[in-house]
Structures are given as C-alpha cells and as structure tokens.
Design a protein around this ligand. Structure first.
Ligand SMILES: [Zn+2]
Length: 87
C-alpha cells in the first residue's frame, strides 16, 4: 500500500479531529506534505488547521490535516474560515 493510501486511511479514521503532523512523523512519513499534495491533486478535499492539542506539547506552530468528505459539513467551528484562507 502506498504512503498516500495509508495517509488517506488515517484521515478517514480520524474524522473531524484530523491527523497531526506528529502522528505522521511517528509513522515514519517525513514526506507527508508531498503525499498530502498528491492526494489533493487527486481531488481529495483535505484542509489544513493549526493543531491546538495541548497534549502534543508543540513548541512551534504545527498543523493537522482534516479530510472533508462530500456532504454536510462535519467540521468544528472555525474550520471553514481556515479553509477559505488557504491559498
Ligand atoms: Zn499536534
């Protein structure tokens, strides 16, 4: 299974919580950004949000990726604004 497929599976399972970059690095996927790019190019709607999970102890700004399936929005409040602000 490709890394992109693995990441897509993680995103599916995580739902609106999303997947923090820390989790991707723990799974030994240092090239996660390129894989997310590939998935987006294939048409998957994946938004980027700041990770605000205090348990992660981030010292710098880190992001998590949230998969957004078609249909009614399942995202937490504030997510849409983040999505619209992406280039
Ligand atoms: Zn995090």
């Amino acid at each position: 299974m490709s890394q992109a497929s693995l990441i897509l599976g993680m995103l599916w399972r995580a739902g609106p919580r999303g997947v923090c970059t820390r989790e991707l690095l723990e799974r030994r996927m240092p090239r996660y950004a390129a894989r997310i790019h590939d998935l987006r190019r294939r048409g998957h709607a994946i938004i980027t949000m700041d990770c605000d999970d205090l348990d992660h102890g981030h010292r710098t700004r880190q992001v998590r990726y949230v998969f957004t399936p078609p249909g009614p929005p399942i995202l937490p409040a504030g997510a849409l604004a983040v999505r619209l602000s992406q280039p």
